[in-house]
Design a protein around this ligand. Sequence first.
Ligand SMILES: Cc1cc2nc3c(=O)[nH]c(=O)nc-3n(C[C@H](O)[C@H](O)[C@H](O)COP(=O)(O)O)c2cc1C
Length: 404
Amino acid sequence: MLTDQNVGLFITGGIASYKMAELARLLIKQGANVRVVMSRSATEFITPMTLQILTKNEVLTDTFEERHPEFVQHVEMAQWADIAIVAPATANVIGKIANGIADEIVSTTLLAHDKPLIIAPAMNDRMLSNPATKRNLALLEEDGHTIIEPDTGFLAEGYEARGRLPELTRIVDVVIKRHVQKGLRQLLHGKKVVVTAGGTVERIDPVRYISNDSSGKMGYALARAAEWYGGDVHLISTKKSMVAPEGVTVEYVESAREMQEAVERQYDDAQFVVMAAAVSDYRVKNKADQKIKKSGDSSDLVIDLEENPDILAGLGAKKKHQTLIGFAAETENLIENAMSKIKRKNADWIIANDVSKDGSGFNVDTNEVTIISSDKSVYQLPEMTKLDAALSIWQTVLEAEDRS
Ligand SMILES: Cc1cc2nc3c(=O)[nH]c(=O)nc-3n(C[C@H](O)[C@H](O)[C@H](O)COP(=O)(O)O)c2cc1C
């Protein structure tokens, strides 16, 4: 998602500096060109050599160590970076950037940088709650910079408190979001979007259940992309182990009936509802309250099933202002079946995918989808990552709605 983007990684002297080797690698994995600038304090925690080898670029550590007579290095670096990220950001550097101080390589370069700036503070909880730090962070936010909220967790001091550097994947997510958002019209701004994700779980007894192969990846990608389009996104998920997308509210459910209740609670003021979850058609009729034991005799155990509610059809029946987007996992007659599903469920769009194809559907990172509207427009997308597919789905739906 960061192909050919120039990312400037500015490391300052916090204990979390040691994690920056991995952050540089994750950014490079996303396709970014990464160059690093380090404060003198940061070099006490991790060596410039490590970052130089990982990024294959020289690391700047001193304003006056001018190695290239043809340009001034901090100005060249500031202009090269399409996005700058300060991680970990010390209380000290936060104060400097907020107040326009430029007295060493990091703050001097950042003062000459006029493109998106992301700041990931990490420090002792008392430093973070100091009124001066709070004031400086508020100033940075007012100036339009992105602050990544520190996590609460185990600090280097040996106790649990707020101030930890967030998970690196979360930092990468914010960088991707800042980059992708530059090219997106905020067509979902001020709109509530509800997305469901994952396969529902129908309990047999407290330790056993019936479910399906849905990984939840497509739903999460759609929620993430909707937030990038400016939406106020509520994700209803069965996947507690997946990392919640930045800026998205997540509600966890298990069964189809719980999912139905959760979606219906959000429905009245939702503008867009995307049913990407794989909802079990049947549930166990007489769920056991205790673990079912082996009976010891050789008779077969029979589990009776009863039909679950059809959530999409239920929403379609009481649709007012909402745009309803459903999914169809098909193995044959993709378009025909999707068209008929739109009619039966009173949906506005169906996203159809052929789950029998490699690289499409359940449990893979890619998808090949066909977007079908109630006015019978058909948009066939090639195989792409689920995140790219999610962006294309929103682009298609939102541009069509914008035209109508
Ligand atoms: C062991 C150690 C750990 C530190 N960890 C942090 C930290 O996590 N966050 C922070 O703001 N300062 C931390 N400091 C203090 C900074 O290193 C100090 O304020 C320094 O002047 C920051 O310089 P810089 O902003 O130019 O990198 C730490 C200092 C030491 C000695």
